[in-house]
Design a protein around this ligand. Structure first.
Ligand code: HXC
Length: 258
């Protein structure tokens, strides 16, 4: 399908979705969010795709929700359309792993979108922020909740109340991103992580995603019970037999998602 605001490319089993509104630093307007959710749904449904990379340009992953589009909206407009609600839920429902490869600005909704991905690989040029307070609003697609879970209350309050930006090194120290790499290596690093993920059984990949996400939503005791049940269940799969046999026979496992 032809998109106007994103570019989708496939390499081996990895789909890369590139946000592509360079004139607006990839600001998230409704067209872009519609296309993004459509592309993610397609990737999730496509058996050939085993991992997704979401990225932007070297200057901006995304500089937030589109302020031009939002500026004249009323409470009634926002509430009745449940602004960004269905897109948020559609992205959260994707079962395949999504890696955010972030260079440049990831601000407001852009930072929130990156945090919705399963992990973030940051270029050393990345800048994260929740500057909505400067516009007279607050984060609206999970920023106050996800950033707080990721970096703790002190830094989250600081970011949301002052609107300051966090550079890539601080973001890594704080636990917002999993790794920082030189900007020129960003896509290579993301592609190599995605390829590694793509080589594993989709059963275990999806189980990991479900179990880790459960940690954010439930108590420790419930989360551990959930993990244990999934762990037990994987012993019903051919891929568990293959993975362990391959180790014992000192060869590469051939997973078949069975
Ligand atoms: C619409 C945007 C935009 C945005 C940048 N642009 N961010 N347009 N919405 N969020 C546009 C600018 O208007 C400009 O267009 C062009 O992109 C280049 O931006 P500049 O400001 O000229 O670039 P620069 O001086 O390098 O500054 C970069 C920047 C700054 C620091 C990222 O653009 C900025 O502060 N942007 C806004 C960041 C922000 O407040 N984000 C939160 C949005 S609210 P023209 O046409 O003038 O060239 C949000 C809420 C989420 O995200 C919740 C939703 C439910």
């Amino acid at each position: 399908m032809a998109y106007e605001t994103i570019v989708v490319e496939h390499e081996d089993h990895v789909a890369t979705i590139k946000l592509n509104r360079p004139d607006a630093l990839n600001a998230l307007n409704s067209r872009l969010l519609g296309e993004l959710t459509q592309a993610l749904r397609e990737a999730d449904a496509n058996d050939k795709v085993r991992c997704v990379i979401l990225t932007g340009s070297s200057k901006a992953f995304a500089a937030g929700a589109d302020i031009k589009e939002m500026s004249q909206k009323s409470f009634v407009d926002m509430y009745l359309s449940d602004f960004f609600g269905s897109e948020h839920d559609a992205i959260a429902r994707v079962r395949k792993p999504i890696i955010a490869a972030v260079a440049g600005y990831a601000l407001g909704g852009g930072c929130e979108l990156a945090m919705m991905c399963d992990f973030i690989i940051a270029a050393d040029t990345a800048k994260f922020g929740q500057p909505e307070i400067n516009l007279g609003v607050i984060a609206g697609i999970g920023g106050t909740q996800r950033l707080t879970r990721l970096v703790g209350k002190a830094k989250s309050m600081d970011m949301h109340l002052t609107g300051r930006f966090m550079d890539a090194q601080e973001a890594e120290r704080a636990g917002l991103v999993s790794r920082v790499v030189p900007a020129k290596n960003l896509m290579e690093e993301a592609q190599s992580a995605a390829q590694k993920i793509a080589e594993r059984s989709m059963l275990t990949t999806m189980a990991v995603k479900e179990a880790v996400n459960r940690a954010e939503e439930t108590s420790l005791a419930e989360g551990i019970r959930f993990e244990r049940r999934l762990f037990h269940a994987l012993f019903s799969t051919e891929d568990q037999k293959e993975g362990m046999a391959a180790f014992l026979e000192k060869r590469e496992a051939q997973f078949r998602d069975r």
